[in-house]
Design a binder for this molecule. Structure first.
Ligand SMILES: C[S@@+](CC[C@H](N)C(=O)[O-])C[C@H]1O[C@@H](n2cnc3c(N)ncnc32)[C@H](O)[C@@H]1O
Length: 311
């Protein structure tokens, strides 16, 4: 991988033989079997710019087998992925978030990128589609990692890697990334300020952090702290307001160089599908009140671009 430091190469090498490293999970043996049984696509053409599209020809038997195996990896939260004529219609139409990112007009060409909390790597592949040189994804959830392995088994890109580590577990401290993405991660952190500090600690002096997060209405002051669930999610600790996000950034010596308008998450963007056949956003909303089922404001999200202050 170009652009990454020797220390990072050592970290990645630990996952060359076994992508799960030393992580334990009783499903790992089954996952290895699924991946090694996935048929290869003949005459593959890959387009990661407009969507994650992998064209090629499977015979009927291979196609049936590939679909059955990919369905064994449900729930698919992020997507869609188009592989031959298989359409992985994930819970999230992640292309919509990616289009909102593209509106920020940030050049990814030749960039070395860290994607923290990458999910199954959907956005990492889209980063390659925009010309990124190398993308390292951090994702502790092993079923998301397995989906990434399955997709990259077909894409076969050496420019993207995913390792099952949380950012706070990394032992490298090299400031070698041009861009660091943290999308949908901040509100899941018990110490959001620490999260921003950690992102900054891996960033080149002239680099940028792309933060995408939930935002609460200003009437909450600096932060909305859910007493229990938020939109049916158990692990949302803090939803900052714009004022709160500005304060967080200031406290860790980061400048906000851009902030997008809030965008409400709709049931068009996040919904139950055959590839994610469980509860989704519509089950977490109260249509009469226009609030969440917990009586809180409906989720709205923003993108922020953060830079180091002393640069
Ligand atoms: C809501 S998902 C967002 C996925 C994707 N980035 C997106 O925007 O759609 C948050 C992901 O971050 C991961 N995550 C949470 N805390 C993390 C941490 N401290 N370091 C790395 N990943 C983390 C979770 O496992 C989860 O897959």
């Amino acid at each position: 991988m170009l652009g990454i430091s020797k220390n990072w190469v050592k970290v990645l090498n630990k996952y060359n033989e076994n992508p799960y490293g030393t992580k334990k999970d009783k499903r790992i043996d089954d996952w290895h079997k699924i991946i090694s049984s996935l048929p290869k696509l003949e005459s593959t053409k890959i387009d990661l710019k407009k969507e994650v599209l992998i064209s090629g020809s499977w015979n009927d038997q291979e196609r049936k087998k590939a679909k059955e195996l990919l369905l064994e990896l449900i729930p698919w939260r992020k997507g869609p992925f188009v592989i031959g004529d298989i359409f992985i219609d994930a819970e999230w139409r992640s292309n919509l978030k990616w289009e909102r990112f593209l509106e920020l007009h940030i050049d990814l060409s030749g960039k070395t990128i860290l994607d923290v909390g990458s999910g199954n790597g959907y956005y990492g592949f889209r980063m390659l589609g925009q010309g990124a040189e190398s993308v390292i994804c951090l994702e502790p959830n092993l079923s998301h990692l397995t989906q990434f392995i399955a997709i990259n088994h077909i894409v076969q890109s050496k420019q993207i890697r995913m390792i099952p580590e949380r950012i706070e577990e990394l032992i490298v401290t090299d400031k070698c990334f041009d861009l660091i993405f943290s999308m949908g991660v901040l509100y899941h952190q018990r110490k959001p300020e620490e999260h921003l500090k950690l992102l900054s600690s891996h960033l080149k002096e002239e680099g940028s952090i792309i933060l995408e997060t939930l935002i609460a209405p200003e009437e909450y002051g600096e932060v909305l702290i859910p007493e229990g669930n938020y939109t049916n999610m158990r692990n949302v600790w803090f939803v900052h307001t714009k004022t709160g996000l500005e304060k967080l950034a200031k406290n860790v010596n980061l400048n906000i160089s851009a902030i997008s308008s809030p965008c409400q998450t709709t049931t068009e963007e996040q919904r139950t599908t055959s590839w994610m056949p469980f509860k989704s956003l519509s089950d977490a909303l109260n249509t009469d009140s226009g609030l969440t089922i917990e009586g809180l404001p409906r989720p709205e999200r923003v993108f922020l671009v953060l830079n180091k202050k002393n640069f």
